[in-house]
Design a protein around this ligand. Structure first.
Ligand code: ADP
Ligand code: ASP
Ligand code: MG
Length: 410
């Protein structure tokens, strides 16, 4: 067996989007094998396969059973692992593909958003006695009863980092369709700049606030198990972005990145009685249905009545509505309104811990352009504003500029 450490790499949907792309990825993997490496390669489904599978399910039913949905969505990755193995065989590389069940990626039973609980590495380590490359299907796992689960959209990143952690690899390379992590989504902000490094906590905030370049749980795993993530392009050989501990960051920016989230809705419950236990009752009912509540604002009126507003993922709106209508009925008080035309814009940076005035600067630039702020939330390293969806991209670019993140023009 090679003395060199096992490399863990992940190739995303665009990177394996066609058979030509799969052949190109195989060539790339072969170059590492020729240098004496063994590799664990995690792959996503080809191109937009997962979206297509979701579409098929909704052609059959408006309420697909979650277990069957995971059974369906996990098939996309099974196609790409087999094709990549064949492409490697074609160029003389010894490779074998595995589904998550075959390499014991154990998760909880939360279908469509399962959490990895354990990975047993025996099968992989044994396979390396015969093969140079083990290809593992991303995005999927199995629960204690061997039901197939999926880790949430974009979850192949998490499969890869969790495997890197389990194999005690010090780095996990995430190959994608951009050159690294940028100060904003380069497809929405043309003047976004590539970052050489970013701290785990910043990346975690950016990922949870809508920077789809990494799955947030992947960053959680990386931080917990000290795995460096290298986000880079599968289309070239340039160095990408290293996601590392904060102490290692050389260039400390005040704001590192800005994000826009378009898939949240605001739920407002008005005329809520002002007494202890009301909020607890409401949010317990939502939690029981696994609804992820985000920004919460409560305002008190003069007549002992409150308004509680919060955001939920668009996909949970219907369930949230049903839950809240039940609670309101029990209270015999309260009215519900839902606004799906909102966006959340956020600025993130560890520099905020030690500098003041950042929030004011962000609010001012929105005000100067007539963009109304509907809700605000902050943490030590982020500021988020809820605004009208129609202003989302403009706000994103304005905030990007005001914090001097724009790349020089020309
Ligand atoms: P993959 O299929 O390789 O996992 P994704 O589509 O999940 O690729 O992630 C890459 C995409 O993330 C990019 O094409 C880009 O549009 C988007 N993105 C969003 N925010 C950022 C950011 N801050 N930096 C880089 N890319 C970003
Ligand atoms: N194929 C899955 C998705 O499209 C997982 C991934 O790409 O990471 O969400
Ligand atoms: Mg992705």
């Amino acid at each position: 067996m090679s003395q060199l450490p096992i490399l863990v790499q992940k190739y995303g949907g665009t990177s394996v989007g066609s058979t030509d792309r799969i052949k190109a990825v195989a060539e790339r993997i072969a170059s590492y094998v020729r240098n004496g490496h063994k590799l664990v390669v995690v792959v996503s489904a080809m191109g937009k396969t997962t979206d297509e599978l979701v579409r098929l399910a909704y052609e059959i039913t408006a309420h697909p059973h979650k277990r069957e949905m995971d059974m369906l969505l996990s098939t996309g990755e099974q196609v790409s692992i087999a094709l990549l193995a064949m492409a490697l065989h074609e160029i003389g590389v010894s490779a074998v593909s595995f589904t998550a069940a075959q390499v014991h990626i154990k998760t909880d039973q939360n279908f469509s958003n399962a959490r990895i609980e354990k990975i047993e590495t025996d099968r992989l380590l044994k396979a390396f006695q015969s093969y140079d490359v083990c290809i593992v299907a991303g995005f999927q796992g199995v629960d204690a009863d061997w039901n197939i689960t999926t880790l949430g959209r974009g979850g192949s990143d998490t499969s890869a980092v969790a495997l890197a952690a389990a194999l005690k690899a010090s780095e996990c390379e995430i190959f994608t369709d951009v050159d690294g992590v940028y100060t904003a989504d380069p497809n929405k902000v043309p003047r976004a700049r590539k970052l050489d490094q970013i701290a785990y906590d910043e990346m975690l905030e950016l990922a949870s606030l809508g920077a789809g370049v990494l799955h947030s749980r992947a960053v959680e795993f990386a931080k917990k198990y000290n795995v460096r993530i290298h986000v880079r392009s599968s289309f070239n050989f340039t160095k990408g972005t290293q996601v590392v501990p904060e102490e290692e960051i050389m260039e400390k920016l005040l704001v590192t990145g800005v994000t826009l989230k378009n898939d949240e809705a605001r739920v407002s419950v008005q005329e809520v009685p002002d007494r202890p236990g009301i909020a607890a009752e409401l949010f317990t009912a939502l939690a029981e249905k696994n609804i992820n509540v985000d920004i919460i604002v409560q305002s008190t009126g003069q007549d002992k009545k409150n308004t509680i507003s919060f955001t939920v993922p668009m996909g949970d709106v219907q369930t949230a509505q049903e839950v809240i209508e039940n609670v309101i009925q029990k209270w015999e008080a309260g009215t519900l309104s839902i606004d799906t035309e909102i966006a959340v814009v956020s600025a993130v940076g560890v520099g905020m811990k030690s500098h003041s005035g950042i929030a004011a600067k962000m609010f001012q630039v929105l005000a100067d352009h007539g963009i109304n702020i509907e809700m605000i939330t902050t943490s030590e390293i982020k500021i988020s504003c809820v605004i009208a969806k129609k202003h989302g991209e403009e706000a994103l670019r304005l905030i990007h500029s005001i914090f001097d993140l724009d790349a020089p023009q020309g």
